[in-house]
Design a protein around this ligand. Structure first.
Ligand code: DAT
Ligand code: MG
Length: 149
């Protein structure tokens, strides 16, 4: 089943939005297969954002994600990547629709609360970058047959 990596960024943790943010993914039906609270190292941040290395905002992105602890989740489900990104909303919060996490809680692109993988391939790669195999649990929920067809 498709997997996506979700990060509740430092602003989400500092603002006490961890429960609210997890709730939205959980309520939608995505299944948690990994979750941890951690301080991100500069190394990991630079690896995670490697595609943005040449961008003018790269440094502030790394500063932001390493500024304070984050919650990282591996979620699984039908079209997990796309469905999670729809829950998160547009990168630029002023363009994010009401009802999305960014549309409901964020104002600025550099404080946009949540990361979600942008393709199934990156979902797989990012889950592998952030989680050791033994930190991921393959399991079934009793309710799965009422969520997955
Ligand atoms: P997303 O987080 O929606 O996947 P992205 O992968 O294009 O967006 O960029 C990663 C992060 O970099 C994004 O959450 C915020 C920041 N960012 C992107 N474009 C930016 C820009 N033009 N100016 C400042 N920060 C930007
Ligand atoms: Mg992205």
């Amino acid at each position: 089943m498709e997997r996506t990596l979700i990060i509740i960024k430092p602003d989400g943790v500092q603002r006490g939005l961890v429960g609210e943010i997890i709730r939205r993914f959980e309520q939608r039906g995505l299944r948690i297969v990994g979750m941890k609270f951690m301080q991100v190292s500069r190394e990991l941040a630079e690896q995670h954002y490697a595609v943005h290395r040449e961008k003018p905002f790269f440094n502030s992105l790394v500063e932001y994600i390493t500024a304070s602890p984050v919650v990282v989740m591996a979620l699984e489900g039908t079209n997990a990547v796309l469905n999670a990104r729809n829950i998160i909303g547009a990168t630029q919060p002023s363009e994010a629709k009401a009802g999305t996490i960014r549309g409901d809680f964020a104002l600025e692109i550099g404080r946009n609360l949540v990361h979600g993988s942008d393709s199934p391939e990156n979902g797989t790669a990012e889950v592998a970058l952030w989680f050791k195999p033994e930190e991921l649990i393959s399991w079934q929920r009793d309710v799965d047959r009422w969520i997955f067809e």
